[in-house]
Design a protein around this ligand. Sequence first.
Ligand SMILES: Nc1ncnc2c1ncn2[C@@H]1O[C@H](COP(=O)(O)OP(=O)(O)O)[C@@H](O)[C@H]1O
Ligand SMILES: [Mg+2]
Length: 226
Amino acid sequence: MKKNRFVIKKTFKSKKNKVKLVLMEKSLIVMKQFNSKNMLEGEYKILRRGCERLNIPKPLGINIEGKTLFMSYIPSKNLCDVINSSSVPLKVKNECMEKLASWLVDFHSYFKSSEGVMIRGDSILRNFILDEENNIWGLDFEESRYGMPEEDIAGICSSVLDTNPMFTNWKVELCKRFIDAYKSLSGWEVKNVNKLVFKALMEKAGRRKNGVVLTKFAKSIENLDF
Ligand SMILES: Nc1ncnc2c1ncn2[C@@H]1O[C@H](COP(=O)(O)OP(=O)(O)O)[C@@H](O)[C@H]1O
Ligand SMILES: [Mg+2]
């Protein structure tokens, strides 16, 4: 990409990298500055390979030395905010979880090869957005790797459960609906999700202020029929 002037319009909420909406040559695009070149290259590879077929941003350019990726901007709401909002009806949240299952089946199917299944990694609600026509898009692929689809499924369920409001009954139901939709759309066997959700929650419990509460909830998940 040739050197261009740009104007920063917005900084997105992010924990790992610096992600900004910028105006460049009259177009709004997203500029993501990574902490590591490897992570940048990993994400770029997934975007390049998948952007024609999957709902993921189109890579527009890369600056390896500056550890920066430019990609298409999708005007959207963050899925984490939608699921946790008290003003969004449960019916809409259920539909979102079914669409999310469909997105995940598409991703796993597309990146399945003789070497295994490429999982998206870092499967949290905040790494998904809902566009103006209510389509789900996935973002943030720097942690993609070969793995088990159940790891992504459990990542999403633990993120549904451990974001505020935490562990409500309706959230447990959202997770079940999501897993059922994934199973029926993929036709694949899905095993041990509750054990992986437990593991993910326990890992987070060790890092969070509310670790004691999370541990208690994690233990209650172990006996659920996920
Ligand atoms: N292409 C995009 N279009 C619209 N919003 C985006 C786009 N890329 C990132 N975002 C927003 O920026 C946030 C952070 O981006 P992300 O790639 O997840 O960075 P990080 O690796 O720091 O988590 C996302 O949660 C999303 O809300
Ligand atoms: Mg992210």
